[in-house]
Design a protein around this ligand. Structure first.
Ligand code: AP5
Ligand code: MG
Length: 217
C-alpha cells in the first residue's frame, strides 16, 4: 500500500494520517513533521527549513526530495507507506515518480482532503501540537485532557510558528498556485480520490478507509 494524503494546510492530513497508519500498520512520512523534528533537535537542515516554514514559504525541492529519498530507502518503507504533504509541487511529483520507478514501484492512491478556507483558518488558529511526539490537538474539537499537556506522551503543547494569520494566508496562496495543480497530475493517472474534510473526524476517517478498502480488496 503506497498512498499519498493531500489537501490544503489545516485540512486534516496529519490527523487522518495518524489514524490510517495505525489501521494499516505502515509508516507515515510527513515532510513537515520531519522538518519540525529536525528543528527541535537543532539539526542544520531543520534550522534552515524553519526560516521558510515560519513565513509560510516552501522549502526547496532539492532539499525536500533528498530527505524523502533517504526516508524511502529505509527498510520499513519498502512495501507500505503513507506520504503526508509530499509532493507539493509538480517537480516533486516527477521526482517521486522517478524514485519509486527506481524501486520498481508506484503510488496506488492519492487521497485529497477537501475543505473551505474559513474552516482552515479556524482550525489552524485553534491547533496545538506536542513538541515531543507531534500529536495534534484542537482547542475545541480535540481537546487534551489537561491544558497544555499531550495525552499520549505528556509533552508540552505549543502553537506552530507557521500558524499565524499571515503565514496561513501565504500557505493557502502557495497551495493554490503550486500544489493544487498536482490534483490534475494524479487525476490523469486515475489514482485521485476526493474526501470531504469538513465532517467530524470519525466520518472523514471512515470515508478514507472506504476508499482504501475498495482499492485493496
Ligand atoms: P505541513 O506540516 O505539512 O503543513 P501543512 O501542509 O500546512 O498542513 P498542516 O500540517 O498545517 O495541516 P494538516 O492538513 O496536517 O491538518 P491537521 O491534521 O494538523 O508543512 C509545514 C511546512 O513545511 C510547509 O508550509 C512548508 O514550509 C514545509 N514543507 C512541508 N512539506 C514540504 C514539501 N513537500 N515541499 C516544500 N516544503 C514543505 O489539522 C489541523 C487542525 O484541525 C488540528 O487542530 C486538528 O485537530 C483540526 N482538525 C482536523 N480535522 C478536523 C475535523 N474533521 N474536525 C474538526 N477539527 C479538525
Ligand atoms: Mg500536518
Amino acid at each position: 500500500m503506497k498512498i499519498l494524503v493531500m489537501g490544503p494546510p489545516g485540512a486534516g492530513k496529519g490527523s487522518q494520517s495518524s489514524r490510517i497508519v495505525k489501521r494499516y500498520n505502515m509508516p507515515s512520512i510527513s515532510t513537515g513533521q520531519m522538518f519540525r523534528d529536525a528543528y527541535n533537535k537543532g539539526e542544520k537542515i531543520g534550522v534552515e527549513a524553519m526560516k521558510f516554514i515560519k513565513k509560510g514559504e516552501l522549502v526547496s525541492d532539492d532539499i525536500t526530495n533528498e530527505i524523502v529519498r533517504l526516508r524511502l530507502s529505509e527498510e520499513d518503507a519498502e512495501t507500505n507507506f503513507l506520504l503526508d504533504g509530499y509532493p507539493r509541487t509538480v517537480n516533486q511529483a516527477i521526482a517521486l515518480d522517478k524514485m519509486l520507478e527506481g524501486m520498481g514501484s508506484k503510488l496506488d492512491a492519492v487521497i485529497n482532503i477537501l475543505s473551505s478556507h474559513d474552516v482552515l483558518f479556524e482550525r489552524m488558529e485553534q491547533r496545538r501540537v506536542c513538541k515531543q511526539c507531534g500529536a495534534t490537538y484542537h482547542l475545541k474539537f480535540m481537546k487534551p485532557q489537561e491544558d497544555g499537556v499531550c495525552d499520549i506522551c505528556g509533552g508540552e503543547l505549543y502553537q506552530r510558528p507557521d500558524d499565524t494569520h499571515e503565514s496561513v494566508e501565504r500557505r493557502l496562496e502557495i497551495y493554490e498556485s503550486k500544489t493544487k495543480p498536482l490534483l490534475d497530475y494524479y487525476d490523469d493517472k486515475n489514482i485521485l480520490y476526493n474526501v470531504n474534510g469538513m465532517q467530524e473526524f470519525d466520518k472523514v476517517t471512515d470515508d478514507i478507509i472506504l476508499v482504501l478498502d475498495t482499492i485493496y480488496d
